[in-house]
Design a protein around this ligand. Structure first.
Ligand code: ADP
Ligand code: MG
Length: 377
């Protein structure tokens, strides 16, 4: 897929490039461990080589223009009170981040910023976390304010919750901040401990957008989350992460959480051993669990997973909340292009939908970014 990268778009748009500071925050793909963060379990994402890029300079208020949305949002440095009243709607994320950071003591320095993102919006690769985190690091940067990774991730997570009204786990923001080139991150969503896990040579991670925009996902997410919490309470546990297989033998939601937690650890072992066949098997088992036990798949996502495996992927699974968006596949580096071509052709014929496939590499987490050399003089 050809694209003009986000940094080039921002650079081409800047009226006065001199004096601007640059920041970026990546999206993420989760290899295994979906619907786990709010149950306190383990997840295995990596920050991807697609980011939201911000060029910012200190200003009066906080004024941010998104080249993707084609609009500007402006909020006071102390935040906008209730972020859900902010228009345009994407500005809610920005307003909520401003409010959370002000509450943590960020000095009241305004910012004039332009941003663009390479993370496809609303696809399950967490363009929302990329937006929040890129704005947060820019706001910290213009105010020359230091804040730790965990506190910043939690502030952005809380901002997303306030902006959308939907409860959300911390995986996306933490992955965007703590990413390491070449590594996946084993994250314990209870202790927030992070262990880097090197991706083995020969593994190609292929992401395919199903062409099906996500629907139902916010309400289904809230529904599954509530049901998970109720089940944990019924079992007398702090979270479903603490359940045993015996506790949840007859509880499909809990069974997904317990077996998925086991698969995350097994996937770490498979990555460490370079056992791509085993990794693929775990991907496919995870998809079956999300489909049958957690019930967040759709016939189209199932068809895409089948097409990928049939085309030669080691394994594939839906990634993110489900109900549309993206599928992730473990492929062999030597055949990934052929697998993508064959799988998308077959999926298109089966569903009439237009899939988009792209390979993702594990990238470094959010931070300052060198002004691109092609910046307008
Ligand atoms: P995902 O995080 O999987 O991409 P979400 O629905 O959580 O999907 O977040 C998508 C929303 O985030 C968009 O509808 C938009 O409001 C906001 N967003 C993300 N990136 C941008 C951007 N570059 N410009 C404006 N809004 C953005
Ligand atoms: Mg999101």
């Amino acid at each position: 897929m050809t694209r003009v990268d986000a940094a080039a778009r921002v650079a081409a748009d800047l009226e006065r490039p001199e004096g601007a500071s640059w920041f970026r925050a990546p999206g993420r793909v989760n290899l295994v461990g979906d619907h786990m963060d709010y149950s306190g379990g383990f997840v295995l994402p990596f920050a991807i080589d697609r980011s939201c890029v911000v060029a910012a300079r200190p200003g009066g208020s906080v004024r941010v223009r998104s080249l993707d949305a084609g609009s500007v949002v402006e909020v006071p440095v102390a935040g906008a009170g209730d972020p859900t009243s902010v228009r345009p709607a994407w500005g809610r994320y920005v307003a909520a981040v401003v409010g959370e950071l002000a509450a943590l003591g960020r000095p009241p320095v305004g910012m004039d910023a332009v941003l663009a993102s390479d993370v496809p919006l609303g696809s399950g690769l967490s363009s929302s976390a990329a937006l929040e985190v890129s704005c947060a690091v820019a706001l910290a940067g213009v105010a020359e304010w230091e804040i730790g990774v965990e506190a910043l991730a939690e502030a952005c997570r809380s901002a997303e919750e306030r902006a959308t009204g939907v409860p959300c786990g911390i995986m996306d923001q933490l992955a965007s901040l703590a990413g390491r080139a070449g590594d996946a991150l084993l994250i314990d969503c209870r202790s927030l401990e992070i262990e880097p896990v090197a991706l083995p040579d020969g593994l190609a991670v292929l992401v395919v957008h199903s062409g099906l925009s996500r629907s139902l996902d916010a309400s289904a997410y809230a529904d599954r989350r509530r049901a998970s919490e109720q089940l944990a309470a019924k079992l007398g546990l702090a979270a479903l992460r603490d359940a045993t297989e015996a506790d949840v033998a007859d509880e499909p939601l809990g069974r997904h959480v317990v077996t998925e937690n086991r698969r995350v650890h097994a996937a770490v072992q498979a990555l460490t051993a370079g056992d791509l066949v085993e990794l693929g098997r775990l991907f496919s088992e995870s998809h079956a669990s999300l489909r049958d036990d957690f019930r967040v798949s759709t016939p189209e996502l199932d068809a895409l997973v089948e097409s990928l495996v049939h085309a030669g992927a080691y394994g594939a699974r839906l990634t993110g909340a489900g109900f549309g968006g993206c599928v992730v596949a473990a492929c062999d580096e030597a055949s990934v292009a052929d697998v993508a071509e064959a799988a998308t052709t077959s999926y298109r014929a089966r569903t009439g939908l237009e899939p988009v496939a792209f390979r993702c590499h594990a990238a470094d987490g959010a931070g300052v970014f060198q002004a691109p050399s092609y910046q307008r003089a």
